[in-house]
Design a protein. Structure first.
Length: 726
């Protein structure tokens, strides 16, 4: 049992192994946040309210003013509503038929469920015991049900809200966030993951301040520009020291996360669906469900927060059939051929990797329709038999003879103006009346808010998967929505579009991904532009970036690891000079960095000689040896490429019996000092054999004295250590 209710004080305690989340229902019926942090005794915490009594506000709320609290403004909150003297960021704005957006959502009871209800039409974590707090505005009948599930082993808390119209007239939601809570001070930094194509998940941290600090996307996808994650970390927090609060949305469309420093010194944290260009019509008797958010607390620094997020995501979100299972070792032909290939070329690539340990060949863009360039063919999910005489079956059979499996690329949400399906159904594309569409990569986005469009996609994609013995699918998404308009919606509901796009996407996932439980699906969005927990609920791994350069990948993979487990990142060895940066790095470096995720290759293997094949065999054997560390181990970030010349990851098995340290030096320098790397996560009392040194050392020595790697001469070099109990 992780949820406790003290009837006398009306206090709810949500307890993890070493965390407590506490709030209570105060004398005015307001859900007032009390505490979130390290585990504490179940004791009354209302003495902290003495700090806010007597504060003045421009508004004097009846009842509160008489008790010495002029408004709700100064109560730490679980849900902030507009009006009644609360001028903080509201969690919800519901407009009634009179046009006002005021509400007073006060306590109307609670339930403790023995199970965790699913969210209709959206992904969420798996769980058990769930607390539901019922709030209601008595005048309008508008209500909010606050859902809380705590994961005892990690201390993470899953939250969401169901908004209900229990009145007699229609409402319009102008904002419908998923959560709110308050921290008692503003002595925090905000850590976020921003970027662009080829530079995803770059780390930024800065002090929060009075007013609003936020991260958001308005693109109908989570985007490469900013990830749907933020952390609030105590000022000066390190990987191992300080408090850290992680906020992770389980959502794949336009979002916002905010931290508001208020005049009373508190910090309000809130967010969910982006209310920019958002509304939702809520007729009498209807409900609206928000996406889920995962809240994670650690008193062991940023690294401790990350490890808790990793465990929560792996145990309770990612598909249980794949999460700890060995991943396919793929070779993808994209950077090897782009769209210039035929059957014989593909066979030559397959022949190039026979016997190396690569077990899956993934055929990327260009196999369908009239698709020789990116100017045509999207949406025509029929095989281009001019390129591939006899169809995909010829490749599938060739792979079977080679003892390999077949993977295939799709971009199901896209359509080319130069395609048969567009000529037959131009209305399938998103288009605003009278406006010329924006083209990106010569393509348009299909209107998946419409059921008939989704039906077409499901039928055509499933037919290809089912008919060609496909075991692996790469699902791409190479452009953002620009015209936020659907012919399937009335004009007064067009601002529902971005959220309906997400619901349409999840419906596609349900009908395609879940129809193929044995197929490994990998997400992609021009790289990592849809790297979020909503996607990970369906796809066990996501292509981290189109930038495969090892140097750039240290930055990208470091940032991604703050909010996502290593197993979620798809990482490939590619050729040099690198196609994105023209940088040359050696094969060992490229492999060592790519092995810190779901491993594979992206190149023309028909050019391999015997030494190349031998190197690939060795790299795959190394990855397989340490794969369980990637899939299930604990990650310790030893050095940040954002702060200096080095990068260091250490992966440790849960039982602390086996570890791997991967170290990287960006630039070689003459007569430089020796860099010392101190191990983390080992058992101080155990003896460990360091394979590369041929020495046995105690965990305490490794974690205090550390190791001094000898990097070979030159730039962009790696050193690895295997450390295990002997």
């Amino acid at each position: 049992m992780a949820i406790y209710f003290d009837e006398g004080t009306k206090t709810f305690y949500l307890e993890g192994r070493d965390t407590t989340y506490a709030f209570y229902i105060n004398e005015f019926g307001y859900a007032e946040h009390l505490y979130y942090g390290r585990k504490i005794a179940r004791e009354p915490l209302t003495y902290t309210r003495g700090l806010i009594a007597g504060r003045t506000c421009a508004a004097a709320v009846p009842g509160l003013d008489d008790a010495g609290y002029s408004s709700y403004q100064y109560f730490a909150t679980e849900l902030s509503f507009f009006g009644s003297g609360d001028y903080r960021e509201p969690t919800v704005l519901a407009e009634n038929e009179c046009g006002d957006r005021l509400s007073e959502l006060l306590y109307d009871g609670y339930e403790i469920l023995a199970y965790k209800p699913k969210i209709s039409g959206m992904p969420s974590t798996r769980g058990e015991e769930t607390l539901v707090i019922h709030l209601k505005d008595k005048l309008s009948g508008f209500g909010a049900d606050l859902y809380y599930t705590v994961f005892e082993d990690t201390g993470a808390v899953a939250r969401r809200i169901i908004y209900k119209n229990e009145g007699n007239s229609a409402l319009t939601l102008r904002r419908a966030y998923s959560f709110a809570f308050s921290l008692p001070s503003q002595d925090f930094e905000l850590l976020s993951l921003h970027g662009a194509w080829g530079r995803e998940n770059q780390v930024e941290r800065y002090p929060v301040h009075f007013g609003i600090s936020s991260v958001d996307s308005k693109r109908a996808t989570s985007s490469a520009a900013i990830n749907p994650f933020m952390a609030l970390i105590s000022r000066g927090a390190t990987e191992e020291l300080g408090e850290a609060y992680g906020i992770s949305l389980v959502y794949s469309s336009s979002f916002v996360l905010k931290a508001e420093g208020t005049g009373d010194g508190q910090l309000l944290v809130t967010g969910g669906i982006n209310d920019f260009d958002f509304s939702w019509a809520l007729s009498a008797g209807e409900i609206f469900e928000t996406p889920e958010v995962l809240l994670t607390y650690s008193h062991d620094g940023i690294g401790g927060m990350s490890r808790r997020i990793h465990d929560t995501v792996r145990r309770y979100l990612v598909n249980e059939s794949f999460v700890y299972k060995a991943r396919p070792i793929v070779i993808n032909n994209w950077e090897g051929t782009y769209m210039d290939f035929d059957t014989e070329k593909l066979k030559a690539i397959i022949d190039g990797v026979r016997g190396t340990g690569i077990d899956t060949f993934v055929l990327d863009d260009g196999w369908f329709g009239k698709r020789d360039t990116d100017e045509s063919g999207l949406g025509d999910w029929v095989v281009n038999e001019k390129k591939l005489p006899g169809g995909l079956g010829v490749i599938a059979n060739y792979l079977k003879e080679a003892g390999m499996k077949f993977g295939l690329w799709f971009e199901p949400e896209m359509i080319s103006p130069d395609s048969d399906v567009y000529r037959a159904h131009p209305d399938y594309a998103i288009k605003a009346p009278g406006r010329e569409n924006c083209l990106t990569r010569h393509q348009l986005v299909m209107d998946i808010t419409r059921e008939d469009v989704r039906d077409y996609i499901v039928e055509s994609v499933n037919k290809i998967i089912d008919g060609n013995d496909i075991s692996y699918v790469k699902w791409d998404y190479n452009r953002n929505v620009t015209e936020f308009y659907s012919l399937g919606l009335p004009k007064d509901r067009q601002s529902e579009f971005a959220h309906r796009y997400a619901l349409g996407l999840y419906d596609l996932y349900e009908r395609i991904v879940k129809a193929h439980p044995d197929v490994m699906f990998e997400g992609c969005a021009g790289g990592g532009a849809r790297f979020d927990l909503g996607t990970l609920a369906y796809f066990p791994q996501i292509w981290n970036s189109d930038d495969t350069d090892a140097e750039e990948r240290t930055l990208i993979q470091y940032g991604t690891s703050i909010a996502y487990p290593l197993s979620a990142s798809s990482c490939h060895v590619s050729v040099v000079p690198n196609h994105q940066t023209a940088r040359v790095t050696d094969m060992k470096t490229r492999a060592d960095i790519a092995e810190l995720g779901a491993f594979g290759y992206e190149l023309d293997a028909s050019l391999f000689d015997d030494s190349d094949r031998a190197a690939v065999r060795e790299q795959i054997a190394e990855y397989k040896r340490c794969e369980q560390l990637v899939l299930a181990g604990d990650l310790y970030r030893l050095d940040s490429p954002y702060e200096g010349n080095f990068f260091g990851f250490m992966l440790v098995s849960k039982d602390k019996s086996f570890a791997k340290m991967t170290l990287y030096r960006r630039m070689g320098r003459p007569n430089s000092t020796v860099k010392r790397f101190v191990a983390r996560g080992l058992d101080e009392s155990k003896k460990y054999f360091v394979e590369e040194l041929g020495k046995t050392l105690s965990g305490s020595t490794l974690m205090n004295v550390g190791l001094l790697p000898e990097f070979s001469a030159g730039d962009f070099k790696t050193v690895t250590y295997h450390i295990y109990v002997k």
